[in-house]
Write a protein that binds this ligand. Structure first.
Ligand code: C5J
Length: 220
């Protein structure tokens, strides 16, 4: 397949060697009444990408290609949460504290589940990641290697944090990675815009970006 409208130049991939990686579309970041909102963020910005993500996921599933979902999640005893991560800043709620949808960023809690609109199907890969990047302390690289995957198409939240970190990790591991522009969002519009530019700068120094319509047209 060729996404001719990708930036900074066309992105070519073979579906059999490609995976759709959906970063952290979990209730606490996206739904009103969750952790993201308690921090004062306008979660409607993130909710707005759900229909585009859903359309891509449906078409990708129809094509029979690999889907990987991630969640930013820690063990209930927080043994995988470095004190530096838990202690950073002065938030009203810290990782592990009880929040409106259960303990913040703790595996198994209601707020840690992927939103129903993008719920994983049986057999799809779901990875809990303790860091911002999807490769750190997860079996992602081994799993992609076993399946012969060389190209990754990303969507999810937030653009400049877990999505960008995961794309940089992927880039350093030799994957060609593309971010679907309308399937990612930030609580801060300027950060999203800057991240898209950073990714495709200097001849795709991190990777590519493209509108989801370009992918949907190829998958149709
Ligand atoms: C993600 C975050 N998923 N912003 N987490 O980006 O803390």
């Amino acid at each position: 397949m060729t996404l001719a409208r990708a930036q900074p130049f066309a992105f070519r991939f073979d579906l059999a060697h490609a995976a759709l990686v959906i970063i952290d579309m979990q209730r606490d970041f996206i739904e009103p009444g969750g952790f993201g909102q308690t921090l004062g963020n306008d979660v409607r910005r993130l909710e707005a990408i759900v229909p585009a993500c859903r359309a891509v996921l449906a078409a990708w599933r129809q094509a029979g290609a690999l889907v990987v979902h991630t969640r930013e999640a820690h063990r209930p005893d927080l043994s995988d949460c470095p004190p530096a991560k838990r202690g950073r800043g002065a938030p009203t709620l810290r990782i592990g504290d009880p929040g409106p949808m259960g303990r913040i960023l703790v595996a198994g809690e209601p707020g840690n589940q992927i939103i129903p609109a993008l719920a994983p199907l049986a057999g799809e890969v779901v990875l809990d990641k303790p860091g911002k990047g999807a490769f750190y302390a997860t079996p992602l690289q081994a799993l992609l290697h076993e399946r012969g995957i060389s190209h990754l198409l990303f969507m999810g939240v937030t653009t400049e944090v877990c999505v960008q970190t995961s794309m940089r990790e992927a880039n350093d591991r030799g994957y060609d990675a593309l971010l679907l522009e309308d399937c990612t969002e930030s609580y801060f519009p300027a950060f999203k815009a800057a991240t898209l530019e950073m990714i495709r700068a200097q001849g795709a120094i991190v990777g590519w970006t493209a509108p989801s319509a370009a992918l949907l047209a190829e998958l149709a």
